[in-house]
Write a protein that binds this ligand. Structure first.
Ligand code: FE
Length: 347
């Protein structure tokens, strides 16, 4: 057998190398984050690591059903979802691969991630949003809406606008109320809210804020970033909407305002867990955490970072008291809550 010349081996290796490298340098991200400002987040990761992100964007339900359909063949490395109820669902369905990361465990507070077992942690929260009450400054007194309980008080009859009770943002808020008040009181409260509605639930959170500004409702429930987006808008009509409404962070005198997470974890069948963990660790970095706050008007999960967002500052006056319950318990309550909604006719 003739010996293979060295240069031939070198050539063959050189031809192979870029392929191997290209495969290593791609991260398949399945993301349900529906925020255009997140582009900066992904390009920041590529810049820092050289790893290109290949993204599948869909809503949460779309991503979950795609992962289930793809099964073991799924190319997904990282799954990002918004809302504790959905993260919990994905965890229960076994769609995450628990990971062990000192970086993530020290950066993300324990109550803002899934429970850690011997295998690791299935998912981590990377940003938070508060679920607050907005009201018509002209007709509603702040004192009449400064607790979640008052949304169901007969004094607020015919005033309330809220999106569908089955939407995960509400399932999580209602699941948190079960933790605070117990199931009986929560069901009574839901029934009271149905009795106070100005209209049957429809639209998203922004539509509820607009409903208050237009006078169709006097009180509404929204996630903070939707209001912040209107406050920071360059569109005069949107700015005017924000100016008409007051905002209250409920339950400051008791258990604190309900706070939800957006987060994610490594996909169960990831072929590239090292890069997947690297991406999650990047999301906990000061650069990415700062993006969540200033790009998408959320709060960082990593404590101690300086917040430089005029809308969030204006809303809270600096800081607010958030509830202290384990966010994974909130997800767990959603089935119970959905049954209550059906019983009280909360659409
Ligand atoms: Fe949202």
């Amino acid at each position: 057998m003739k010996p293979i010349p060295f240069f031939a081996i070198a050539l063959a290796l050189a031809a192979l190398a870029p392929v191997a490298q290209a495969q290593d340098a791609v991260l398949n991200l399945y993301s349900a984050r529906h925020y255009p400002s997140d582009e900066a987040l992904y390009s920041g990761f590529t810049k820092a690591t050289g790893i290109r992100i290949q993204r599948v964007d869909s809503d949460d339900a779309g991503i979950l059903s795609r992962l289930r359909a793809e099964g073991a063949a799924s190319p997904a490395d990282v799954v990002l979802l918004v809302d504790a109820a959905r993260l919990w669902r994905a965890e229960v369905d076994g769609l995450f691969r628990p990971v062990k990361s000192k970086v993530l465990e020290s950066a993300v507070p324990a109550q803002l991630r899934a429970k850690t077992s011997d295998e690791g942690t299935p998912w981590f929260g990377f940003s938070t949003r508060a679920r607050v009450i907005v009201y018509d400054k002209a007709s509603v007194k702040k004192e009449d809406v400064d607790t979640y309980e008052e949304l169901a008080d007969p004094k607020n009859k015919g005033k309330l606008c809220i999106r569908s009770g089955s939407h995960p943002y509400n399932l999580s808020l209602f699941g948190a109320m079960v933790e605070h008040m117990g199931p009986e009181k929560t069901e009574e409260w839901l029934k009271g809210m149905v009795g106070n509605m100005a209209r049957s639930p429809k639209g998203g959170d922004t539509d509820q804020i607009k409903g208050v500004a237009s006078g169709e409702c006097a009180i509404a429930v929204t996630n903070t970033y939707y209001l912040a987006r209107l406050m920071r808008s360059t569109n005069p009509e949107e700015k005017a909407v924000a100016e008409r409404v007051g905002v209250v962070f409920p339950n400051q005198a008791t258990w604190g305002t309900h706070v939800n997470v957006a987060g994610g974890g490594v996909a169960k069948n990831s072929k590239n867990t090292a890069n997947a963990i690297r991406f999650l660790e990047y999301l906990a970095s000061p650069e990415a955490q700062n993006h969540f706050a200033n790009g998408n008007n959320e709060w960082p999960v990593v404590p101690g970072l300086k917040l430089d967002n005029p809308a969030l500052k204006a809303m809270t006056g600096g800081s607010f008291k958030s509830e202290l319950i384990n966010i994974s318990a909130v997800g767990m309550n959603q089935i119970k809550v959905q049954q209550m909604l059906d019983r009280v006719g909360f659409k």
